[in-house]
Write a protein that binds this ligand. Structure first.
Ligand code: CTP
Length: 214
């Protein structure tokens, strides 16, 4: 069955966790994989909510766009959007740690060292109701398939896109990607290097196939 008319939430970009009003801790995600997914979903006639930390090239093309910075804001935006959604694809590089006590004013330079206390963020994928079809990404630099498989199981996903982000032509900030899709039933689909748009189409083909009986 076609995905037209289904409501998909796509998250994109990396979180910015404030240190003080002018500085943050971030990561190298460019949002491109999430934007490619949101574009491909739009072209299939889906209703698209994009939750993003980065402004996409054409923000007006989506049905809804929610700009966020921190994990806490992304969690809130994703969870509230999921209440009425059919599908969630978490392409965002969610920060694992946030600053315990961000300073209310700009921290002035003093002393040789500045020690920041970081606290672990919440894995909000686990809070998304199981009525939503969920897929995610595993960005890894070592032991790709084992690490991705652990996340597939722990996060109760329908499938996970294992992504070796140490390769120069895959992962962050480039227009191409190479992923292996691991499915919850044990199947595995190793895709060659392709454009992020082509990867997005393959991912949506998997969603379409797995939601065919719904
Ligand atoms: N994710 C999430 N909430 C978090 C952390 C991650 O929803 N707090 C999602 C990501 O968007 C991605 C998947 O979970 O789809 C895996 O994220 P990843 O950062 O690779 O895994 P972690 O569980 O954070 O493990 P680690 O960073 O230790 O590898």
């Amino acid at each position: 069955m076609s995905l037209a008319g289904k409501h998909i939430i796509v998250s994109a970009g990396g979180n910015r966790e404030p240190i003080d009003p002018v500085r943050y801790i971030g990561n190298r995600s460019s949002g491109k994989m999430g934007f490619a997914l949101a574009d491909a979903a739009k072209d299939r006639g889906m209703k698209v909510t994009l939750v993003t930390t980065i402004t996409p090239p054409d923000p007006a093309k989506y049905d809804e766009i929610k700009f966020v910075e921190t994990v806490a804001e992304m969690r809130e935006a994703v969870l509230s959007s999921c209440e009425l959604a059919d599908i969630l694809i978490m392409a965002a590089a969610v920060a694992d740690y946030t600053v315990a006590n961000p300073a209310p004013n700009k921290i002035k330079k003093k002393g040789d060292k500045l020690i920041l206390e970081l606290v672990q963020t919440k894995d909000f994928l686990l809070e998304v109701p199981d009525t939503v079809f969920k897929a995610g990404f595993a960005a890894e630099t070592e032991d790709l398939l084992n690490n991705a498989h652990k996340k597939l199981v722990e996060k109760r996903l329908a499938f996970i896109c294992a992504n070796d982000v140490s390769a120069p032509d895959a992962g962050f900030a480039v227009d191409t990607n190479r992923i292996t899709i691991l499915f919850k039933d044990g199947r595995k689909n190793e895709l060659p290097l392709m454009s992020k748009r082509e990867v997005a189409e393959k991912i949506l083909d998997c969603v379409e196939e797995m939601t065919a009986d719904d």
